[in-house]
Design a protein around this ligand. Structure first.
Ligand code: 1GP
Length: 244
């Protein structure tokens, strides 16, 4: 698929990527979103993710995708649930929430989504999604089982299992607005021992942390909250990871 090729080619050329996450539930002004999106493109973001844990209507997802598509960058759905699906995006992270204790997030959401994704003709990016901490919206909604931060070998077991199933992307998630990001030892051990494309997000607020995560092995850094607060802060993060 086009979006996968774009990501893989960039990574193979030694680039570190930045994805801007927009939660359609928090978009109040589409004009302002268009402005923010244009600024993020100027700063060097590489793609847009759209999604949220709660409250996203398919209409909001669609309106958000349409605005973001105007930038010319890939627009990828990062679904909290099937309500986030919209035909106006380019692709979807087709995710298994690997450390969920809920059967629904392991296979039923995917079964419910698959025929809709076919109808919408969305490209799928097969993704293992792991939520590390417990005190975030995604952890609560997804009923996840937290990962001990001082045990990177556990995250490696998840990553190996994902790779053995045929999954191509791994998303190491601290949770949106998390007070701390995932430890750099997590992308480090995954990168060293697998061929998975490693995405890291949640609680990334400083250029220093972002740089540390990419130098440890993250291929893609995702930021959402700071873009909502002030796109200028995201600009510094993008510069830091691109300089790496
Ligand atoms: C959440 O990883 C993303 O799914 C982004 O998190 O909002 O903390 O940047 P932040």
């Amino acid at each position: 698929g086009k979006v996968n090729n774009y990501i893989v080619e960039n990574i193979n050329n030694g680039r570190k990527l930045h994805f801007t996450l927009i939660d359609p539930d928090r978009v109040n002004d589409l004009g302002k979103l268009e402005e923010t999106a244009a600024r993020m493109v100027e700063f060097g973001t590489d793609a847009f993710l759209i999604g949220g844990s709660l409250g996203v209507t398919p209409e909001e997802a669609g309106e958000t995708a349409k605005i973001l598509k105007k930038t010319g960058l890939p627009v990828i759905i990062f679904p909290g649930n099937i309500n986030c699906l919209t035909p106006y995006a380019d692709a979807v992270l087709f995710m298994i929430l690997m450390n969920s204790m809920e059967h629904y997030y392991l296979m039923h959401a995917q079964i419910a989504a698959a025929p809709i994704i076919k109808k919408y003709k969305l490209e799928t990016l097969p993704t293992g999604y792991i939520v590390v901490y417990s005190e975030t919206a995604v952890a609560h909604v997804g009923r996840t089982y937290p990962i001990p931060v001082n045990k990177p070998e556990i995250i490696l077991s998840y990553a190996w299992a994902a790779e053995m199933i045929g999954i191509k992307y791994i998303y190491l998630e601290a949770g949106s607005g998390s007070p701390k990001p995932v430890p750099p030892s997590f992308p480090a051990i995954v990168k060293k021992n697998t061929n998975l494309i490693t995405m890291v997000g949640g609680g990334i607020r400083s250029p220093f942390i972002a740089k540390k995560l990419v130098s440890s092995g993250a291929d893609i850094i995702v930021t959402g909250t700071i873009v909502e607060e002030d796109p200028d802060k995201a600009s510094k993060i993008i510069s830091a990871i691109k300089k790496n």
